[in-house]
Design a binder for this molecule. Sequence first.
Ligand code: OAD
Length: 261
Amino acid sequence: MTDVVPDLDPGAIAQARALLADARRIVVLTGAGISAESGVPTFRGAGGLWKTFRAEDLATPQGFARDPRLVWEWYAWRRTLVLQCAPNLAHHALARLTRDRAGVTIVTQNVDGLHARAAREAGARTMPLELHGNLFATRCIDCARDAGDVQVDSASFATLPRCRACGGLLRPGVVWFGESLDPGVLGRATEAAALADVALVVGSSALVHPAAGLAGHTRAGGGAVIEVNPDATPLTGQATVTLRATAGAAIPRLLAADPSA
Ligand code: OAD
């Protein structure tokens, strides 16, 4: 049964805290909404990137083949934007959870690297699984070599970054529409979700698969689903508890040692 609560209902918070306290294994599944309060735009909804930009031009292999300069210009802009942002209270609280408890896996669709930054700052024992890659990673389109974080000058086609090994064009190390996720990363995320007693789903529209299906593995294994999102999503009907609030308001309360503090 779903308990939909307006804002931070104390009963729902208590129910969610009890589920987390009893869990041996927790999977945290996050989307763009967790970074919204850091100033990183989401994809859908008011102000979402896909309201202004065309995904087929900027986030597909075909778009890159047509106009790599345009695609790099967009990714260089997103890199600059993210570099001006910092992890927020929700990223930090989740990073401390992975530092303080065993059996917690963070799986994110976000490419902004903010979970990893918070994890490093907290001295977390595990790093987040980045399902859709990372804005600061690059890969050669010819030899597929992972070229790491390289400077990008998108002024012209001639200045775009090239592979040191084969001279091929480098592309952003993110997953685009129509592409498969890294099978190793997806496999670890699916296993973490299937074994989890609780899936804590934060700030995702639950529209993009396979990420959107991960909480279903927790459900299928008998686990509970806690959803944190100001809006309803296709996952809401499957959630054990729904916290209708922003990540920055809900997550610190959910994970605080003393929720009344
Ligand atoms: P979306 O932009 O689709 O959804 C963001 C969700 O966050 C929405 O459900 C919002 O209601 C919610 N939200 C907004 N502000 C929030 C806040 N402060 N706290 C909590 N939730 C908030 O983002 P994703 O679900 O992550 O993929 O999108 C999935 C994928 O679609 C992305 O990884 C990206 C995109 O196209 C690729 O580029 C391949």
